[in-house]
Design a binder for this molecule. Structure first.
Ligand SMILES: *Cc1c(COP(=O)(O)O)cnc(C)c1O
Length: 388
């Protein structure tokens, strides 16, 4: 059996090595290292793929979130509601901009922000909501956008984990995750579904004015050379990374399909265990597949394949996997509201029942584009031996 890895970047690279190397060498020869033609072409190709008007590349996913909030003109003291169960980058940028993060609970099945919890958290100071499409599954965006409209709030999608995923509206229409709100932010960190070979990120929007504002912010607040109209930052996707991404973007659907295929195989092993809850792909009531993994709507692109172990054996499982040489992750072991940096006296533990429980129960198994059946069968056998 091939050595099992959490993410097999090497195996994936081997298959596209010739194309990637040629594309990267072209950049080196061209010396257009910053804002070269590769960046412009990637921008266009990604906006076509996503069906969104504007793609603004930047240096990483954290910057993409921060710049989106700057572009919307959020001001110190504005409250921004986001999920308690996410990677810290989401809440970090809110705090850095001196906005007030308001963490709320998530849904037990999709792990995504809970709409009722959002409604309860809205105050006159609330200005924005940041749903995170966690582990590759989008938040309940249709209902969320209705809440936002009713209360006149901006919505910024943290799409670092769900690029390429589709959202199916109640009327059957589909659009890509990250393009469903005012602005979307993504990351091209190597292990993400569309990863480059360094750092990278991008911002998406259909709003022409916002796109213009953001293009200035990523470039030191300049709209005309050496005229600084707003306070900006320096955040660029470099041409070498764009060259890698241009090779990988046309393969993104196949990569996501390979992840879905691996997820289906895992789920087939676990679905009869009463102590394991497998990932759901529930999208909305028009989606027939509320259990199991959708064949039709691509609503989950499995950045992670995350189980809930409900009989208290999660830590025992983690230990056993380690002994067997099977990498795994606990995302996330501590809810954000319990982190020193983000704790707040206003928070009431009884409002975080789901995140508190998830942080004790979740475990993510190896998930990438190169997993084979032998590996999946072996991993599943070990999981079932421990959990039953
Ligand atoms: C990876 C990630 C980010 C940050 O992306 P970087 O490119 O590492 O800055 C933000 N939010 C979520 C949910 C992520 O998974």
């Amino acid at each position: 059996m091939k050595k099992i890895q959490m993410v097999d970047l090497k195996g994936q690279y081997e298959k596209i090595k010739k194309q990637v190397n040629e594309s990267v060498l072209e950049v080196l020869d061209s010396t257009a290292y910053i804002n070269g033609p590769q960046v412009k072409s990637f921008e266009k190709e990604l906006s076509d793929y996503l069906g969104v008007k504007h793609v603004i590349p930047c240096a990483n996913g954290t910057d993409a979130l921060q710049i989106s909030m700057m572009g919307l003109g959020l001001k110190p003291g504005d409250e921004v509601i986001t999920a308690d169960f996410t990677f810290a980058a989401t809440v970090e940028v809110i705090a850095l901009l001196q906005l007030t993060p308001v963490l709320v609970d998530v849904e037990p099945d999709t792990f995504n922000i809970d709409l009722e919890a959002i409604e309860r958290a809205i105050t006159p100071k609330t200005k924005a909501i940041v749903p995170v499409h966690l582990f590759g599954h989008h938040a309940s965006m249709e209902g969320l956008m209705q809440i936002a409209e009713k209360h006149n709030l901006y919505v910024i999608e943290d799409n670092a984990q769900a690029i390429g995923g589709n959202y199916t509206f109640k009327n059957g229409n589909q659009e890509k995750a990250g393009t469903l709100s005012h602005v979307g932010a993504t990351s091209f960190f190597p292990s993400k579904n569309l990863g480059c070979y360094g750092d990278g990120g991008a911002i998406f929007t259909n709003d022409d004015d916002l796109a213009h504002t953001i293009r200035g912010i990523v470039n030191h607040g300049m709209y005309e050379r050496y005229h600084h109209d707003v306070v900006g930052v320096n955040s660029r996707l470099d041409s070498v990374q764009a060259a890698v991404l241009r090779v990988k973007l046309p393969k993104l659907d196949a990569y996501n399909a390979a992840r879905q295929d691996a997820a289906r195989k895992y789920t087939a092993h676990f679905s009869s265990s009463e102590h394991i809850i497998t990932p759901t792909t529930k999208t909305n009531k028009s989606c027939n597949n509320s259990k199991g993994i959708c064949d039709t709507c691509d609503c989950h692109v499995f950045h992670q394949y995350t189980l809930r172990i409900t009989n208290g054996k999660r830590n025992e499982l983690a230990k056993r996997l380690q002994e067997e040489g099977i990498p795994h992750g606990i995302y996330y072991p501590i809810p954000l509201h319990k982190q020193k940096a983000y704790a707040d006296k206003r928070y009431d533990e009884s409002n975080f029942k789901v995140t508190n429980q998830l942080s004790d129960e979740v475990i993510s198994l190896p998930m990438h584009t190169e997993l084979d059946d032998e590996q999946i069968d072996f991993i599943a056998k070990i999981v079932l031996e421990v959990v039953h």
